[in-house]
Design a protein around this ligand. Structure first.
Ligand code: SF4
Length: 485
């Protein structure tokens, strides 16, 4: 797992009358935990009210039996969050609740809005107030104040007004709505559950719940689920730019995206890497766990045996107990433990999914050397990351990206590897096996699928709502219609 490359969020929704929707959402979020580990939340609805529980931490830390029993109804949405805009406090946990044209609604968001500051300023000028620093609240308030008399008109307005990446789930007391931005930058799928429907960022959530995959929500599509069934429409022209990093690192290996199971794609990345950058070595190891499949692919293609030379303490980093300075300086050592018996006097190929700031890569190489490795040949299953992501992946600034300011050979020296090889963009696309036009490759090429601000300022307003239980009466308040921008 790339410790300096973090996904923003996972979203989930369920419509299942007669079922314990809070519990279903809890387990759905559990399957999406890898997409965000800072906070979690569930909103449920019966025909009269919305109920909300949010909190800091892992899904298992936020919810107990009592919380789930507090979330009644026949529909629910859920969210796991890693913050990219807004601070990581409890007040920014999602779903967020806002007052909309037909009453209150809850919204969960995965992605990042590149024109959030402008949209927010416009709304504030119209008298709309904000409680948090997240772009998710900007989305919710835009929807709440969108012109139009029907849900289709309001969602169409939303998709035209917002620029960026967003896979959304929204809940009112009588409908569950899911939408995917015109780039389809983040994944979102529809599944069938006995007597109901489910929506999830990744299909692995369906497997755990016994739900069957129906189809992906299409780019620019909005799907609405009510007692009457499922209806959908395309709210915006598609401009496909799916984040290719979902295949490289973010998505779980047992998820399927665009018909491709992630695990064999990662094996193909490793195999392609072995063709592009062969190494004279004795063993192949992967940085666990995201590079394991790729390391196996490298091994199969090269004929060099795969061994599990690094053991990963998978629970480190999933605690609120902050390490003290001495522990923090141990860095990678806290997370990985090498097996000297497998590494001593060996020439090692070390496969990882990416190098972002190189703050962990160098220490891992050094760890292998200390464990006795004679040579370390670093192989990376993505091209060099030269440009930041504005669509919801925390990579830091351009300056922080080591490949943005150093050549491959300079990086090799910096991490103290004997050789260093990155996968080419062409090799990446060939391994995924889908056309280039489908993807965002901006962090490798610097060419963004939509215009992005040169300097994206972070919204720094302090939130006012507490990350706790909120209960909203369904008010049926009339819409506040704002003029089109
Ligand atoms: S810039 Fe990179 S990480 Fe961001 S959406 Fe595009 S491919 Fe994904």
């Amino acid at each position: 797992m790339s410790p300096t490359l973090r996904e923003s969020c996972g979203v989930f929704g369920v419509f299942a009358p007669g079922e314990d929707v809070a519990r279903i959402t809890f387990y759905g979020l559990y399957a999406l935990q890898h997409r965000g580990q800072e906070s979690a939340g569930i909103a449920s609805a019966n025909e009269r009210r919305l109920y909300l529980r949010t909190g800091m931490g892992l899904v298992s830390q936020v919810f107990n039996e009592e919380d789930l029993s507090y979330l009644p109804g026949h529909m629910a949405i859920g969210h796991t969050r890693y913050s990219t805009t807004g601070n990581s406090g409890a007040t920014n946990a999602q779903p967020c609740l806002v007052e909309g044209p037909d009453g209150s609604f809850a919204l969960g968001h995965n992605g990042n809005i590149v024109n959030a500051a402008v949209v927010r300023a416009d709304l504030e000028e119209q008298g709309v107030t904000f409680s948090t620093g997240t772009d998710s609240e900007v989305i919710a308030k835009t929807l709440a104040h969108a012109p139009g008399g029907t849900w289709q008109e309001r969602w169409t307005y939303l998709m035209r007004r917002l620029k960026g990446a967003y896979s959304l789930v929204a809940l009112t007391p009588n409908e569950l709505v899911a939408g995917r931005d015109p780039m389809g930058n983040r994944p979102l799928s529809l599944g069938r559950l006995d007597g109901g429907w489910v929506i999830a960022s990744e299909t692995c959530a369906f497997d755990h719940l016994g739900a069957t995959f129906v189809r992906e929500i299409e780019t620019g599509e909005v799907v609405r689920i009510t007692e009457e069934g499922v209806e959908s429409f395309r709210a915006a022209e598609r401009n496909d730019a799916f984040c290719i990093f979902e295949y490289i690192y973010f998505a779980r290996p047992d998820s399927v995206i665009d018909g491709k199971l992630i695990y064999p794609v990662r094996m193909a990345l490793g195999a392609q890497l072995a063709k592009e950058h062969p190494a004279d070595a004795d063993v192949v190891i992967g940085v666990p766990h995201s590079a394991t499949a790729a390391a196996i692919g490298f091994s199969q293609e090269s004929g060099i045996p795969f061994v599990e030379g690094l053991v990963h303490n998978r629970y480190v980093g999933r605690t609120f107990i902050q390490p003290d300075q001495r522990i923090r300086e141990m860095g990678a050592q806290l997370k990985y433990n090498p097996l000297p018996e497998l590494l001593k006097e060996r020439r090692v190929v070390l496969v990882d999914d990416s190098i972002v700031r190189a703050t962990t890569t160098g220490p891992v190489v050094s760890m292998l050397r200390k464990a006795g490795a004679r040579e370390v040949h670093m192989r990376i299953t993505s091209p060099p990351i030269i440009s930041p992501c504005f669509f919801g992946i925390d990579m830091g600034t351009r300056w922080e990206l080591i490949a943005g300011r150093m050549s491959v050979d300079e990086i090799r020296k910096h991490i103290d590897a004997d050789t260093l090889g990155y996968l080419s963009v062409e090799g990446l696309l060939a391994s995924v096996g889908l056309p280039r036009e489908k993807f965002c490759l901006a962090c490798f090429t610097g060419s963004y699928p939509i215009p992005v601000p040169l300097q994206m300022d972070k919204l720094a307003l302090e939130p006012a709502l507490g990350g706790d239980r909120h209960e909203f009466e369904y008010s049926g308040a009339p819409p506040t219609v704002l003029p089109r921008p």
